[in-house]
Design a protein around this ligand. Structure first.
Ligand SMILES: [Zn+2]
Length: 296
């Protein structure tokens, strides 16, 4: 973790693809803020990119990796959710087939421009990466909770569960290898990101989020690629679920004892930092507490 006053590194993809299963690659986030883990999945006919990272340069870099690994195979792209650091490099894949779920597309149309403007206020290095970024409409949109992509000799399952971290979160599951790309539903050694900004945006639901993580565990993945942090086994999900559950239960306990919201935030912020001293982005603890306080 960087010093509190040190400027964060620019949100640039610095990693190179690492093979985590046969023909399945991750471009690791390097624990750089606003850089996600990116997946590249090779089928016999097609290559699927899971998240593009943020901005034209990062998107082009990811595209370069996918073309290099894919060797002329058709490119497909899907995004785990509408947040800029995950999908706002998609315009570099304009001639590929881009697949979203319906709710994610609706959320992108409704909030994408606002998030772009908000992210541009996050400092010069972030604004620089967002130079020239335009929102991209998908080529294919699916309804329902499961959409299967045939990549040739390999199926990728796009699964959605409704409102949790955002309205339209999507995971990508490879049933043969039992690899799961989770987006921001799961982070590793990083506090859960609660985009809870009342009254502007309150589309996060901690209770449903916990329930979704139980469903992801029921898929029995062997390799879990979180939105941010290191890939690992199923414990990456159970650790994230344990944190969310404790955050909720502690908030409820202190609230029912009569504590004010600010007092609850202060106490749980301190206790969670003490419990997880090596986790990144502790600023999100308070957002999570406020969400649970307001909704329980
Ligand atoms: Zn997110």
């Amino acid at each position: 973790m960087s010093e509190p006053d040190a400027p964060p590194p620019p949100p640039v993809v610095g990693g190179v693809p690492r093979e985590i299963a046969d023909g399945v690659y991750v471009v690791p986030d390097g624990r750089v803020p606003l850089v996600p883990n990116v997946g590249i999945v090779l089928g016999e006919d097609k290559v699927l990119v899971v998240d593009t990272a943020m901005g034209r340069a990062n998107g082009a870099r990811i595209r370069g990796f996918a073309e290099e690994l894919g060797g002329g195979r058709e490119l497909m792209v899907t995004i785990t959710h509408f947040h800029p650091e995950h999908g706002f490099g998609a315009q570099e894949f304009g001639d590929s087939t881009i697949v979203y779920n319906r709710t994610q597309l609706d959320e992108l149309r409704e909030k994408g421009s606002g998030y772009l403007e908000m992210f541009r206020t996050f400092g010069d290095t972030v604004a620089a990466e967002l130079e020239g970024v335009e929102l991209v409409e998908p080529d294919d949109v699916y309804d329902g909770g499961l959409h299967e992509l045939d990549l040739g000799g390999r199926t990728a399952e796009l699964r959605t569960y409704g409102l949790a971290h955002t309205r339209g979160d999507q995971v990508v599951f490879l049933p043969d290898e039992r690899v799961l790309f989770t987006g921001d539903l799961v982070e590793e050694r990083c506090f859960a990101i609660f985009p809870y900004f009342p009254p502007d945006d309150v589309d996060v639901d901690g209770d449903k989020w916990i329930a979704v993580l139980e469903q992801l565990e029921a898929l029995e993945p062997l390799i879990v690629v979180p939105g941010h942090g290191d890939a690992g086994g199923a414990s990456v999900i159970s650790d994230a679920r344990a944190y969310l559950t404790l955050l909720r239960d502690e908030t409820q306990r202190l609230k029912s004892g009569g504590a004010t919201i600010d007092a609850v935030v202060e106490e749980i912020d301190a206790s969670m930092r003490a419990l997880h001293p090596d986790w990144a982005q502790p600023e999100w603890i308070g957002f999570g507490v406020r969400h649970f306080y307001d909704t329980h």
